[in-house]
Design a protein around this ligand. Structure first.
Ligand SMILES: [Zn+2]
Ligand SMILES: [Zn+2]
Length: 654
């Protein structure tokens, strides 16, 4: 050994094992032996007492001093071991463990990044100099391995098979998420990583109400859904209205007194939140002004309160808040994320008067004293990154966990295109969607970066998110990634971005439960649904805290991405859905999965009742009033008898 460095060969020889032996075992299908050999090799580098994957004995989160101290060669060697162990678990059909080791390789690379001398922003590539076969690239290859092997044999359609040879990645890039060709075949095969669910569209009896919109505010209070503000399309109209709907009867939307503050004072009612407070019966609306408005839910009237900012220097000056100034330049704030805990309103990120890239300012308003204090972050993104806090962003997602002592933060975008247009630092041709995950300890007053264990969603922004207190799980759905392409070879179209319509749940307590139990689940699980609302960004998930029912409303998508739409570049949605999940309290009773595979709407497409293909099909013209769709006359003829029986349909009298 020289200079404390250790090559893979040396690492092996130092304990009389040949690491190559692990690969041999793997090739021969002797996975237990392979894992043992990988583990022995791994321990020869990091020490026998060290527990990998990192667990709570290291304080939780992802930072690890031992990992940071490793040099490049040791790190490369460990990445190879982690990858090997992941592959063994994969071969043994133990996907949760495989993903855990895959995440460990990512965390190892992350610690290398954190140990770099100048703190980097998340979107900056960590450069390993000439040794680019490790770290990011090694992790990329590892992840790609997982990705390429993610398509089970039974899901390979003929066209996908044809494309596997030219390039495996291009196959993956052709999928939409969920893909209508695959989602009806999906069933739970890994209960620790998946759970069955269903999306059901809800109809309101009378027309009228908020209709199509994006950038609006929403919440549920005493069985009523409230929708306020937002806009219909990119260029408007812009709304300042508020509606409520009784979710039990769903008769009609009721119009309530509109937001009375004029546009010239507050700017557009866009990307704001209305946060209901059970203690006061008010839904708070913070627009970036020191005056915080609220809608009184008992009297159905608007009011406001004057708040003040309590400085703490030198920290606040360091955070970019100039002496004697209000933290939000030009009294504006859009696209932040907000949570109300223990009578305090927490506000993270968003764009304001002097940034369109997004900030990482984290503020809290004590609703009793009406005082704001700064918790972390800065008004403007700095030249360098900051590993102690989530990076600057807009449209992140957040929730408060079961014990009401931690605020989780995930997703969001650094709008680098917006920054280029406004001449800010960090401008670029494309936005960056964050792949990190954080929790803020309210008691300790600090951030911790969290693992993404289990079957986690990919990086994205403008995600629908909510914490369901009855299920004790966070739910995320859909969203948008500005930098992950989607290919449509059939249409000769490539998009530099992706819209999503997939569903995930997160349970922080799953990460600490005992690993021996059979019915344990991973913290992140995907909710598999045969039907789903169309791919989109800016939809909102809303939970009724009394019943535990989960709803989805609104949002928008680029028109080309949703091929059945004809007008304008982007278009908003005004549809209301309910999510059912196959867990206790998840309202899954009554869901007929057989029926779902035959008739559930797959995003922008209808499912042919007979052949199962997804497309812009015509609905049945019989007395069922469109319970089933058929792709052509042959399928109608072939499936008619079965449909007649299943849905009590008869030919309508002409
Ligand atoms: Zn058909
Ligand atoms: Zn019919």
């Amino acid at each position: 050994m020289s200079n404390g460095n250790l090559s893979s060969e040396e690492a092996g020889r130092s304990r009389n094992i040949r690491p190559e032996q692990a690969s041999e075992y793997f090739r021969n299908g002797e996975y237990e032996l392979a894992k043992e050999t990988f583990t022995t090799a791994m321990k020869s580098v990091i020490g026998p007492g060290f527990k990998i994957p990192l667990d709570l004995t290291y304080g939780g989160g992802v930072e690890c001093e031992e990992y940071k101290r490793l040099d490049l060669q040791k790190r490369a060697f460990l990445t190879w071991c982690f990858d090997g162990i992941a592959r063994c678990y994969w071969k043994q059909d133990r996907m949760e463990e495989a993903l855990k080791w895959s995440e460990e390789a990512r965390i190892l690379a992350l610690n290398a990044r954190i140990s770099s001398q100048v703190p980097l922003h998340d979107w900056e590539k960590y450069d390993h100099n000439s040794l680019d076969f490790i770290g990011n690239t090694g992790t990329a290859v590892h992840r790609r391995w997982i990705a390429e092997n993610h398509i089970p044999e039974r899901l390979l359609t003929p066209e996908i098979r044809r494309l596997l040879n030219p390039g495996k990645t291009s196959v993956l890039l052709q999928y939409r998420h969920p893909d209508p060709r695959l989602c009806i075949k999906l069933n739970v095969t890994e209960p620790s990583l998946q759970v069955m669910g269903a999306w059901h569209k809800i109809r309101v009896r009378s027309s009228g109400g908020p209709s199509r919109r994006m950038g609006f505010a929403s919440f549920i209070w005493k069985g009523h859904l409230y929708i306020a503000g937002g806009r219909k399309d990119s260029l408007g109209p812009f709304y300042r209205d508020i509606f409520s709907l009784n979710l039990a009867t769903r008769d009609a939307w009721m119009a309530l007194p509109p937001y009375p503050v004029p546009f010239r004072v507050s700017g557009a009612f866009l990307g704001w939140h209305m946060v209901p407070d059970p203690d006061t019966g008010r839904a708070y609306l913070f627009t970036g002004r020191p005056t915080v408005d609220y809608f009184d839910l008992n009297t159905k009237t608007w009011g406001s309160m004057v708040t003040t900012f309590k400085r703490k220097d030198p920290q606040d000056a360091k955070g970019g808040i100039k002496p004697g100034t209000w933290p939000y330049p030009k009294d504006q704030l859009t696209d932040s994320t907000q949570q109300l805990v223990g009578g305090k309103l927490y506000v993270f990120g968003g764009t304001h008067g002097t940034t369109s890239i997004g900030c990482n300012l984290f503020m809290v308003l004590d609703l009793k004293t009406a005082h704001w204090t700064r918790l972390s972050g800065s008004v403007m993104p700095g030249k360098h990154g900051d590993y102690a806090s989530p990076g600057p962003r807009k449209t992140p997602s957040s929730w408060v966990d079961k014990d009401r002592d931690r605020i989780f933060l995930i997703f969001g975008e650094c709008d680098r295109m917006g920054a280029r247009l406004s001449g800010e630092l960090h401008g670029a041709d494309c936005g960056y969607a964050y792949d990190d995950f954080w929790s803020w300890s309210i008691a300790a007053g600090r951030w911790q970066r969290e693992r993404m264990d289990g079957n986690a969603p990919c990086p994205r922004s403008e995600v629908a998110y909510v914490y369901n207190p009855v299920l004790e799980k966070a739910i995320v759905w859909g969203g948008y990634n500005p930098d992950l392409p989607t290919y449509f070879y059939d249409h000769g179209a490539n998009f530099g971005f992706s819209y999503y319509a997939d569903t995930f749940i997160y349970d922080s307590s799953a990460s600490v439960s005992s690993s021996s139990s059979n019915d344990r689940t991973a913290p992140w699980r995907q909710v598999l649904t045969h039907g789903f609302p169309t791919y989109r960004a800016q939809a909102q998930l809303i939970v009724d805290p009394d019943t535990g029912k989960t709803y989805l409303y609104g949002g928008f998508a680029n028109n080309d991405y949703v091929p059945s739409r004809k007008t304008s570049i982007s278009r908003s949605f005004g549809d209301l859905w309910q999510l059912r999940i196959n867990i206790p309290g998840g309202c899954f009773e009554g869901v007929n999965l057989e029926e779902e595979t035959r008739t559930a709407q797959a995003g922008p497409w209808q499912r042919c009742f007979t052949c199962g293909s997804a497309g812009p099909w015509k609905k049945c013209g019989g007395t069922c009033r469109g319970k089933a769709f058929f792709c052509d006359a042959d399928c109608l003829k072939e499936g008619w008898k079965e449909h007649k029986e299943m849905h009590a349909c008869r030919k309508a009298a002409s």
